[in-house]
Design a protein around this ligand. Structure first.
Ligand SMILES: [Zn+2]
Length: 258
């Protein structure tokens, strides 16, 4: 019998009574079936909801196979997140990012929980969302080089562009050497944005709420990070389309309530 502490990222009905769950845990994503979940109030009742944090008991034939959940205990829930569509979409997107990356580790799990708690308190700003993407990339070993050119290592002082393949900023000289054509995007990254992101990464968690990026930096980060994440994962994240749909009504930098 195994035990896991996780956040329910996805729920799918299977048959009349069962549900298949995908959980984000510190040991990586866990998929399990809750047999009779829709009628066993004693074992699962009311606890199996998206983004609920639960402790589950499970058995599994072998590593990687579908776990059979025996019981779940609700340990934390975020009832206010669904009240804000942007916050909800971001929480699902970050979860899907962790799942797709097969990311694991206490630090990564706590970072995700921290974002959920902020979102629940109405304090998951766009700045914090971008920093969370950046920190998740760092946990996965893809922390982009920002203030130094990812190609030659020189300090960035002028007009930089972000290269997905090099994993960071490119100085004007290296932009000339890299072929910037062939349909590959190299979005601009200004010195202002580089400084804002590095400042944010250096801040202690409790003072993050005060962090403000300029509209220009929010737009640049919006152009860079989701696309860089897509590049590193080599796949699309479904919830990103959901965010983009919402963003059509609400441009980056205008969701101060998120
Ligand atoms: Zn360079």
């Amino acid at each position: 019998m195994g035990q896991a502490d996780g956040v329910i990222l996805r729920l799918k009905d299977q048959g009349e009574y069962d549900q298949v769950l995908t959980l984000i845990t510190k040991d990586g994503p866990l998929r399990g079936i809750a047999k009779g979940a829709k009628r066993s109030i004693r074992r699962f009742g009311g606890r199996i909801e998206t983004l609920n944090r639960v402790t589950v008991e499970y058995t599994r034939k072998k590593e990687g196979s579908l776990a059979v959940l025996k019981e779940s205990v609700l340990t934390e829930y975020f009832e206010h997140i669904p009240e804000n569509l942007i916050a909800l979409a971001r929480c699902l997107y970050l979860g899907e990012f962790i799942e797709a990356s097969q990311g694991e580790g206490e630090g990564m799990f706590n970072l995700y929980l921290g974002f959920l708690r902020r979102a629940n308190a109405g304090k998951a700003t766009e700045e914090i969302f971008r920093l969370t993407e950046l920190k998740l990339l760092a946990y996965l070993g893809y922390c982009p080089s920002l203030s130094r050119c990812a190609s030659c290592g020189e300090s960035i002082s002028g007009k930089a562009r972000f290269s997905f393949s090099k994993g960071g900023s490119l100085c004007p000289r290296c932009q000339g050497k890299e072929s910037l054509s062939a349909g590959r995007s190299h979005p601009e990254i200004s010195l202002e944005t580089i400084r804002a992101l590095e400042k944010g990464l250096g801040l202690k968690d409790k003072v993050l709420d005060r962090l403000k990026f300029s509209k220009k930096s929010l737009l640049e980060a919006h152009e860079i990070f989701p696309a860089f994440i897509r590049y590193t994962l080599e796949r699309d994240l479904k919830s990103l389309r959901f965010i983009e749909k919402i963003a059509n009504y609400d441009l980056p930098g205008t969701d101060k309530k998120a």
